[in-house]
Design a protein. Structure first.
Length: 644
């Protein structure tokens, strides 16, 4: 629709009370005395049933607003349609209705409607904010809710169109983008359908609690629930850095107006808009611009960001990835691409332990430094916390020279430039290393025991099913928090007419447990492995709900095994010495031990046992390290001389 004077602000504006009452005034002209619809039809559009203005705002306000109203007319005013002088028509129509007995003091808002005339290049116009709106030949509830939305303090729901090198993209620098007015198909403040208003507009209407709006930041993951859903965050606003926000929300099929088809993009992903407003009630509302995350199509109805897809803003470097969606919410990860600065210099000092002490200065980041990554001789050896400024490397040998690189990390996984330092460990390496014969495997060695099998799930609670055939509601949203070897699942409680008895949990299609609460931890998982989970609610009759589904990838294993203790000689036969030690432990599993000779950087033998017989060099010293499957290695055990 066209709003010729849409941004005109009334001199006086009505507050937003609990109760709104409308006078709908039908007027016509000396040169256009037609009556294209009846007063009864006008009353129906205003307050009559599930598709009316009353139904729209009472449903959307969730009880915060009531709407009443009366249609009056027709009144022929002493004016022609020439020039579309709607301000004069307002005065004449007001006077005519007053003379006919209409008490305007009884109403908070007035809508003037006249027969359609080409003299007016709009379908509707309204004061922003204000008490008056005007319709050109239409009783369309979409046009009516749009114009009344302006009265209530809303601006337009537009879309952003960006083209770079002839190709349409989701977002770009301002010079490459234009505004598509009224184009947002998911809000009545566009012009496509009488859909309920989106997240930031609901905030401007005062219909979002402060707890339902979150100011987001890169490096975090957010779960967003629909406005008509139960509890949770309804709107996430991520500052772009130029005074605008990325506003994220999600819809659900609800009521008479948000009748989205199952599986449609609006309910299957995160809808992202750019906005300049505050998402709180204001006298100066700002338009929003929908971002089209599928710019290769011309239909904005597929604009939301679906699961598994990522968009990145080249201006702010902020990216959004939809991780999962359920019937009650969507989970989105927010990251940015600005690297932390280099740390403030590094130094390394060898000590006689043997060890190397590494120190560095603080780095900075546009969001926050979350830690520091340290590499030795080109291989990452550890990651520290954000407050660390020193680390001691005990995984060194006397006489060796090692180079170190320290880089800062941020919450988005960005790694900054490194500062470097080198140090020589005090002591003398073996000046004349000679090849060692291949060690004879210890016949007593045995592999570590395999992981224990999964426990048999507890049976579902038994009860007399009676005539209960109603299934519980879906336990949603389902959220998974991965660690290295565990996944902690949590879900929203289901409801049932006779009571929820428990929840059945499946991994990769196999039932693994039942739970009575709304959290459960899956242990013994492999690092860097993706697992698919489903949770189903059960009632006492055995009825099962729809399944909440989620895929979770465990984190990389960066934890080193403990140091083997009591490394010692237990037997000698000529040049052969049998060494033994106490087993190391690991958060996942120790998979091997490697024997080193002091002065050499490479191992001379490997075993899965805690005992080994090797050929030793006269006068040489030896030590052992433990390794896990991810390649993490323990610190060196104490050194023991092989043979004199």
């Amino acid at each position: 629709m066209t709003d010729g004077s849409l941004e005109t602000t009334a001199d006086s504006t009505a507050a937003t009370p609990v109760a709104k009452s409308f006078a709908l005034i039908l007027i016509n002209f000396t040169d256009l005395k037609t009556q294209p619809f009846t007063k009864s039809a006008a009353q129906t559009a205003l307050t009559g049933g599930s598709g009316s203005l009353k139904a729209f705002y009472e449903e959307e306000s969730k009880g915060r607003m009531t709407v009443a109203g009366t249609a009056y007319g027709w009144y022929t005013i002493d004016a022609t349609t020439t020039g579309c002088d709607w301000r004069t028509w307002h005065t004449l129509g007001y006077n005519a209705a007053s003379a006919a007995g209409v008490n305007f003091a009884a109403f908070t808002n007035v809508i003037f409607v006249w027969p359609q005339t080409n003299q007016c290049g709009f379908a509707g116009v309204a004061y922003v904010p204000g008490a008056y709106s005007y319709l050109n030949g239409t009783l369309s509830v979409q046009v009516m809710t749009h114009e009344v939305g302006h009265n209530f303090g809303l601006s337009h729901a537009n879309a952003r169109n960006c083209v770079v090198n002839g190709t349409r993209v989701t977002i770009a620098a301002a010079a490459a983008c234009t505004t598509q007015t009224y184009a947002d198909p998911f809000s009545t403040m566009g012009n496509n359908a009488a859909r309920h208003n989106h997240g930031s507009q609901l905030g401007e209407l005062g219909w979002l609690d402060a707890s339902e709006v979150v100011t987001g930041a890169p490096g975090n993951t957010y779960t967003i629930t629909p406005y008509f859903g139960t509890g949770g965050t309804k709107l996430v606003r991520v500052p772009r850095g130029d005074g605008t926000f990325f506003d994220l929300d999600v819809r659900m099929t609800y009521g008479s107006f948000d009748n989205f088809a199952a599986g449609s993009p609006a309910v299957s992903g995160a809808t992202i808009r750019m906005g300049k407003g505050t998402a709180t009630p204001t006298r100066t509302p700002q338009a929003t611009e929908l971002l089209d995350t599928t710019p290769g199509t011309s239909d904005l109805k597929d604009a939301p960001l679906l699961v598994g897809r990522t968009i990145t803003d080249p201006v702010s470097t902020i990216s959004f990835t939809t991780l999962s969606v359920s019937s009650t919410g969507v989970t989105v990860r927010v990251r940015e691409g600005v690297l932390p600065s280099a740390p403030g210099g590094a130094s390394a000092t060898g000590t006689s332990v043997p060890a190397v002490d590494v120190t560095w200065g603080a780095a900075s980041d546009n969001v926050a430094v979350t830690g520091y990554r340290i590499s030795r001789d080109g291989t990452v050896v550890t990651t520290t916390g954000e407050s660390a400024r020193a680390w001691t490397d005990t995984d060194v040998t006397p006489g060796a020279t090692h180079s170190y690189a320290v880089s800062a990390l941020d919450g988005s996984g960005n790694v900054g430039p490194a500062v470097t330092a080198a140090a020589t460990v005090p002591g003398s390496p073996d000046p004349t290393p000679t090849p060692e014969p291949t060690p004879t495997p210890d016949p007593s060695a045995s592999p570590d025991p395999s992981a224990s099998p999964e426990p048999t799930p507890a049976p579902d609670p038994s009860a007399d099913p009676g005539t209960d055939v109603q299934a519980p509601t879906e336990p949603a949203p389902l959220i998974g928090e991965p660690a290295i070897t565990t996944v902690t699942l949590s879900w929203g409680p289901a409801t049932d007419d006779t009571g929820v008895a428990g929840y059945r949990i499946s991994r990769n299609g196999t039932t693994i447990a039942t739970a009575t609460g709304t959290t459960w931890q899956d242990t013994g998982r492999k690092p860097l492995t993706t697992y698919a989970y489903t949770v189903v609610a059960l009632d006492v009759a055995g009825n099962a709900s729809a399944a909440s589904q989620l895929s979770v990838r465990t984190r990389a294993d960066t934890v080193r095994p403990t140091t083997p203790t009591k490394f010692r000689k237990v037997k000698r036969s000529g040049g052969y010495v049998t060494f033994a030690w106490n087993a190391a432990s690991d958060n996942v599993k120790v998979v091997r031990y490697r024997i080193y000779r002091v002065g050499r950087s490479k191992p001379i033998a490997t075993t899965t046992s805690t005992r080994i017989r090797i050929w030793t060099r006269h006068g040489a010293w030896y030590y052992v390290r433990a390794f896990d499957a991810a390649g993490n290695r323990s610190a060196s055990s104490r050194a023991v001389r092989g043979r004199l």
